[in-house]
Design a protein around this ligand. Structure first.
Ligand code: PGA
Length: 255
């Protein structure tokens, strides 16, 4: 089954109304012409109104980088999935390694956030990935399987086929050290096998598995040459229009 590649920008905690406007204008000049690929930007919460207004009705979708696992209530500083849906978000990143590492999010909490996102009709982009120590210890497959399994335990089989998985080796994020295409393909193929064992071939084949970790315009073409790479989650290089649309173009060209 052919899966449409998804290239999503993760702006992290970057941007300003002024710089966002310039970036979105540039993206809108280039990206709508690219066929056979989907594109999204995941922006800081305060800018959701701005991107919703600018991107409504265009070929670029938008989303957030985090969501509360709770529906509503006394959770100071949190943002619910229903609120994101009100701003037209299609996607929300859950379980990014920066959230897991810097804010102590557990697998169980990530699974609850995944469930909350789907409950509001959003598509979660579930990040999984090993640290360098885990890779060196030969535990990569165990780690990503555990991260995936937690979500399935809570949400069941049907949930995963409607989600996006992002394989993001922690050692490759923001380091300039992209995984080689062989390394990425190996873990992606493993994730596909795990998904097949857990939810069956048909559902597993529908899941888009993105790669993330120092993807840039130079590394994207060789990554997208791998059959199991269904797109990319792009941090640093998504903040610069030219590099982001070259990545989107590479994903489109590889179809
Ligand atoms: P990077 O970030 O492309 O800057 O490595 C990727 C991510 O954190 O999603």
């Amino acid at each position: 089954m052919a899966r449409t590649r998804l290239v999503a920008g993760n702006w992290k905690m970057h941007g300003s109304r002024e710089s966002n406007r310039a970036l979105l204008d540039r993206l809108l000049q280039e990206i709508p012409g690219m066929k056979g690929v989907e594109c999204a930007v995941c922006v800081p919460f305060p800018y959701l109104g701005q991107v919703a207004e600018r991107l409504a009705g265009t070929a670029i979708a938008w989303g957030a980088q985090n969501v509360s696992e709770h529906a509503q209530g006394a959770y100071t500083g949190e943002v619910s999935a229903a609120m994101l849906a009100e701003f037209g978000c299609r996607y929300v990143i859950v379980g990014h390694s920066e959230r897991r590492q810097l804010y102590g999010e557990s697998d169980a909490q990530v699974a609850a956030k995944f469930a909350a996102a789907q409950g509001a009709g959003l598509v979660p982009i579930l990040c999984v990935g090993e640290t360098l120590a885990e890779r060196d210890a030969g535990c990569t497959e165990q780690v990503v399987d555990r991260q995936l399994q937690q979500v399935l335990n809570l949400k069941g089989k049907d949930s995963v086929s409607k989600a996006v998985v992002a394989y993001e080796p922690v050692w490759a994020i923001g380091t300039g050290k992209t995984a080689t295409s062989d390394q990425a393909q190996e873990v992606h193929a493993h994730l596909r096998e795990t998904l097949t064992a857990l939810v069956g071939r048909e559902a597993a084949e529908q899941v888009r598995i993105q790669y993330g970790g120092s993807v840039n315009a130079e590394t994207a073409p060789r990554l997208f040459a791998e059959p199991e790479l269904d797109g990319a989650l792009v941090g640093g290089a998504s903040l610069e229009a030219a590099s982001f649309f070259r990545i989107v173009a590479a994903a489109a060209a590889a179809v």
